[in-house]
Design a protein around this ligand. Sequence first.
Ligand code: SAM
Length: 329
Amino acid sequence: MSPGTEPRDDPAATTGTVLGAEPSDVSHDDPDDTSDAPAPAAPALAGHRLTLVPTPIGHLDDVTVRALAVLRDADVVAAEDTRRSRRLLDHYGITTPLVRLDAHRIPTHGRGVLAAHAHVAFVTDAGTPGISDPGADLLRLALALGVHVEALPGPTALIPALVLSGLPVHRFAFEGFLPRKGRERRERLAEIAARRTTTVLYEAPPRLLATLGDLSAAAGGDRPAAVARELTKRFEEVRRGTLDDLVLAFAERPPRGELVVVVGPAGPGEATDAAASAPPTGEEAEDLARALAAQGAWGRDLRAALMAQGVVRDAAYALATRFGRRPSS
Ligand code: SAM
């Protein structure tokens, strides 16, 4: 077993094990030999278990069967916001007790909760605990205390936003929330501008316009991008275009709800999912435009799709005008 791998079915089995110490490393021949290291103390909470449970980011049906079983079987559900999580548990008829464990309480109450219950299920407001929320802090605390940890796969906002953006997905970077101001923000913006892979960001609606403006200033207004809003909810919407298109669109109509920003890569080298293939030019770009138009793409959407595939801006404009026809309805 390599460090960091643990059997899934017996949480207590590996706690206290000294990785890499084989029985043959220890001599039992000489009773006077006191050079052996003392047996390591058992981790504080060996035998206890923490499961990070992803919850829906909007649509209640997006919870997994396993997540529900864990929420039902755990001794307690620790939640960032118990009122919000109560609604989910009630919807599925789950009566496991809830306890509040938000970012402020993890340092003061985290150990107590993990110690008081043999199996703690942890949920955040929405999505996968550990992704831009306090889940990672609780996980680190649990690891330090020798608690067996599990993270279930499940809903998260970044993956559907990335995929729906239409931008290259074979390599991407996740930035979470940008720093709000100062040098750190400027440095992160410069990194995104220079990055040759797609970038995914979380942002709050009141800050979207400023962030799109800053991204446009750093990366250039014609960088392809997308804003995915209210994913999995009734008013789900994905806007695709250049950063400047998006600035214009959201200046006219400020966004509401929750959103994810996706920014395309710098330069053409990484611009298609056929990894590292050259960007389409000439006939290849025409074929691509024709194929997309034949499937109903037109106008700004066609232009954005071509640019997302690496077609340079001017060519994308020209091809969208030539091949894209407004569908007659
Ligand atoms: N742990 C969560 C996850 O796995 O996605 C993210 C937690 S973070 C505190 C909340 C941010 O996620 C929101 O500000 C928004 O950027 C994004 N988000 C959450 N739900 C969303 C949704 N339904 N549509 C778009 N973005 C969403």
